[in-house]
Write a protein that binds this ligand. Structure first.
Ligand code: THU
Length: 293
């Protein structure tokens, strides 16, 4: 269940930024394990706009990057996940959601901070929205331990929808590998880039056959290349295709599970990206240790 994010843009932020704001809200809720339908309001404004809110609500006459105003009394000891009954109590029949609160983001600060930290505008947008979402769910950074927990939640949440720089490289290698696909029957090229735990990368593409069952998927091509060169432990795999999300087929999930049940699976397609652990794609998998029991 995702968040219903109402975005008001008092300052022209690009459509991708608005999509990232929604993705960040959904990921934060998923990371916290919230199943309720929730909503929040996000105002994207400029430095002057956010300065006004900072002055009215916090008595601080200065611009800032992000402000959040929780509507529920969660705290670092009682975050949203630990009080599902509070969420249930706040259910609004008119909207069909639980309103978590308001968030205000200064778009010029997003641009300036992205530059300052040397990362993309996408990452900065994702970070500020994620940070605000965790504040709405009770997280804080006043105490060292609370700050550590908040940071950890933020990182794992952002990793759900935004690839790191290194993952970006794997995704583009997977897209490149797609070009080698031999697909005269399906016309559905797939590319993969596998990262072994020793850091080595292997690419692969799908290789079809006139006897259709002899087809090899891109993921297995990359995995078999790696295994044939002595690698048996994998950290992650990036899979690329054109029109739709190339979540690995059942056979490929099983082959991955043989070697690294905890590996991360990333998919990219025209305009899309998603990622999750293999254990979410193949729960209760049958692996080598099953034979020992
Ligand atoms: N394919 C892959 O390469 N990976 C998957 O996990 C799903 C399917 C390929 C196999 C075949 O060449 C084409 O996509 C259509 O099924």
């Amino acid at each position: 269940m995702g968040a219903q994010v109402e975005i008001e843009s008092a300052f022209p932020a690009p459509a991708e930024a608005l999509a990232l704001i929604r993705a960040a809200a959904d990921a934060a809720l998923a990371a916290e394990g919230i199943k309720n339908a929730v909503s929040c309001h996000v105002l994207v404004t400029d430095d002057e706009g956010i300065r006004g809110f900072n002055l009215s609500y916090r008595g601080l006459d200065k611009a800032t990057d992000v402000l959040s105003f929780p509507s529920l009394p969660f705290t670092p000891e009682n975050t949203a996940a630990s009080h599902p009954e509070w969420l249930d109590m706040e259910y609004d029949v008119d909207t069909g959601t639980v309103f978590l609160g308001d968030i205000i983001i200064s778009w010029p600060r997003v641009l300036a901070q992205a530059e300052e930290y040397g990362h993309s505008t996408a990452r900065e947008t994702a970070y500020l929205m994620t940070h605000a979402m965790f504040h709405l769910m009770g997280y804080d950074h006043m105490e060292k331990e609370d700050q550590r927990r908040m940071r950890q939640m933020e990182e794992s949440s952002i990793a759900r929808f935004l690839p790191s720089q290194e993952e970006e490289k794997m995704l583009s290698m997977a897209r490149e590998a797609m070009k080698m696909a031999y697909v005269p029957y399906s016309h559905y090229p797939v590319g993969a880039c596998l990262k072994c735990t020793d850091g080595t990368l292997y690419t692969g593409c799908n290789v079809e056959n006139a006897s259709f069952g002899a087809t090899n998927c891109a993921e297995r091509t990359a995995i078999f290349k790696a295994v044939s060169e002595g690698r048996r432990s994998f950290e992650s795999i990036a899979i690329a295709a054109g029109p739709s999300a190339p979540w690995p087929c059942g056979i490929c999930r099983q082959v991955m599970n043989e070697f690294s049940p905890g590996m991360r699976v990333m998919v990219t397609w025209d305009g899309g990206y998603d990622a999750m652990p293999l254990s979410d794609l193949l729960p209760h998998g049958f692996g080598p240790e099953s034979l020992d029991k």
